[in-house]
Design a protein. Sequence first.
Length: 224
Amino acid sequence: MQINDKILSLPPYISTSWKNIISLQVESTTLGLVLIIEIISGSRVEIPNLDQSTLDRIFAIHAHYLENSSGIKKTPVIPQQFGFSLPFPLPGVEGLTSVLQHNSEEANTPDFPSELVEKLRELSKTINIEDLAIIPNPEPHCNCPHCQIMRAMVGEEGCSLPEELVSDEELKFRTWDIVQQADKVYVVTNPLDVKEHYSVFLGEPLGCTCGQKNCEHLQAVLHS
């Protein structure tokens, strides 16, 4: 266990820096108190059986991080060459992942100046798609700062990693193990339950010890 101003490490549940943690909360269950950690990626980590002193320390350090993190200063401004300021910085991808979160309470924020939107589009070209993909996508019909920034950088539909192409062969899942026992005789076994096995005969007439015509065991042998 390691809890300091840089990381939260509670093996085997979580080990990450505070910048990746959105929020903390404690829920009371029949098994006792459970610490709920919301991660920037959208995942949720549940940690049971922490004593009160550990919980107090975790919350205190998280609060200290939020108060002192440069990513959430209340009065930063974007570079002077933009010609205007905003109540938050224009960060690189690290700042985006640790600071800018969808906030429904700010859904009616005025539209960003067109100059800023253009700068954000230029910034998006310098950031890897893998980095952008871990940042929450913009919410429909929301105009909060996060959603405006992400909408400018990745578009209305957001960003996601490209799907990995899978061949037709990879989509064929093994259902039965097939072993030839004799001429035209095959043993078909369920790989998840070796006690389930059948003998299939490919002579005249075709047949299977399961007693059914054109059964899946016969089809498995014919297609093997």
